[in-house]
Design a protein around this ligand. Structure first.
Ligand code: URA
Length: 427
């Protein structure tokens, strides 16, 4: 077998055998197949999409290109959670301690943010001292002790995906469903949990903008999961407006901690409970445990144990002044009275990124202090002059520019607008 045979097969739309996909993944991970041939294969695979069977085989091949993590000796039902990325999506920060408080064991390997979507690692690192550079062994040991661990994706986990993903990014081939599915599920498979809750975001702030696009991805994730022995449960959720009030790293941590302390009667808190309930049923546990864990304070206790275990400064958190905060703030008022029809997630995400909350390039530094508070939701009745956004910025000039740009994100109309659900589909 040569890479040329594999390239010609894909070009001509013939099916790959599993062994060919293993050859490709091994060659990508070892560097034996050069980037130009991998890039040619990616473009051919984009134009001639892989079948479900090929996608499953590619997923297995990518997972096997590196280390597969064995968590099977950990107690409790094991669960992983993945979001395809959105604006203000701090759900993992709530779900990890909440589900651990309910008896689920979670070892989550997370990424950093790029573009308008934030990364869980960047968010949690706004807690002073919090360490995400755990080895897999440390993460496992911590999960055995307290039920959860969060750490960065290690390079030895599905390394072939790392190579292919970087090439997809620069060859306009990110958007292929089979390539997305194999990329996401290979890392989940290598991460060692037998079940994964997949939050497929849909809307202007997500990379799947329409419901049919998001549904196509969700169904493919579930079906390929079944074929590779991973119980992948997708939900399609709204990302047309930002998720919750906070967009920006420290601001989002604050909002997540508030939910863990009982603030669930709001759009974001309700969303977290809904996902937690789905996750608990997936694990064969009583779905109502989530609500009880928040009400009893056990979810909050678990969050404190978790933050302490990973080196976070609890004293700073407890007195409320420990998270970094921006020196400048500015409010953006509603320009008219009426009902909020649109709070555009993409625009808010882009403003937050330009303030320094996200990265345009992988090497950019994050400013944990900055971001946007979204003070209105679709369906709200608003008065002229009522604040719609609060900008948190490093300088007055940044605050003013962001406030100006945010006006584009809001649309107020004269007649009532229905509220939009957070969970759009459970395919
Ligand atoms: N997330 C991934 O890990 N891979 C993709 O291809 C898309 C989103």
């Amino acid at each position: 077998m040569t890479i040329l045979d594999i390239l010609a097969k894909r070009r001509d739309g013939q099916e790959h055998a599993a062994e060919e996909l293993r050859f490709l993944a091994r060659g990508a991970a070892s560097g034996e197949i050069p980037d130009y041939q991998l890039a040619a294969w990616l473009m051919a695979a984009y134009l001639r999409p892989l079948s479900r069977r090929e996608t499953a085989d590619l997923t297995l091949a990518l997972a096997e290109s590196g280390r597969r993590f064995d968590l099977s000796d950990l107690p409790g039902p094991l669960l992983d959670k993945h979001s395809t990325g959105g604006v203000g999506d701090k759900t993992s920060l709530v779900l990890l301690p909440l589900l651990a408080a309910c008896g689920v064991t979670m070892v989550k390997l997370s990424g950093r943010g790029l573009g308008i979507t934030g990364g869980t690692l960047d968010k949690i690192e706004s807690i002073p001292g919090f360490r995400t550079s755990l080895t897999l062994e440390e993460a496992k040991e911590q999960a055995r002790r307290i039920g959860l661990a969060l750490c960065g994706q290690t390079p030895d986990l599905a390394p072939a995906d790392g190579v292919l993903y970087a090439l997809r990014d620069v060859t306009a081939t990110v958007g292929s469903v089979p390539l997305i599915v194999s990329s996401i599920l290979s890392k989940k498979l290598a991460g060692g949990s037998p079940r994964v809750l997949l939050d497929v975001k849909c809307g202007s702030g997500a990379f799947r903008r329409t419901l049919p696009e998001a549904e196509e991805l969700a169904v493919a994730l579930r079906e390929v999961g079944e074929q590779i022995g991973l119980q992948a449960t997708p939900l399609v959720t709204d990302m047309d407006q930002p998720l919750g009030r906070a967009v920006g790293n420290a601001l989002e941590v604050c909002e997540a901690l508030e939910v863990l302390q009982g603030a669930v009667d709001n759009r974001f808190g309700g969303f977290c409970l809904r996902l937690a309930q789905r996750a608990l049923s997936l694990c064969g546990l009583d779905a109502d445990l989530a609500r009880r864990a928040i009400a009893s304070g056990s979810a909050w206790d678990k969050a404190l144990r978790w933050i302490e275990a990973q080196g976070g400064d609890l004293a700073a958190l407890r007195n409320g002044a420990g998270l970094p905060s921006a020196p400048e703030t500015a409010e953006v008022p509603c320009g008219a009275e009426g009902w909020v029809e649109r709070v555009d997630a993409r625009t808010v995400g882009a403003v937050a990124m330009r303030l320094g909350a996200g990265r345009l390039h992988k090497s950019d530094r994050i400013d944990p202090r900055v971001g946007v508070e979204v003070l209105v939701e679709v369906g709200d009745r608003v008065e002229t002059g009522q604040p719609a956004f609060r900008v948190h910025a490093a300088t007055v000039a940044d605050a003013e520019k962001a406030a100006g740009d945010l006006r584009e994100a809001l649309k107020v109309v004269p007649s009532p607008v229905p509220r939009t659900p957070t969970v759009l589909l459970e395919p």
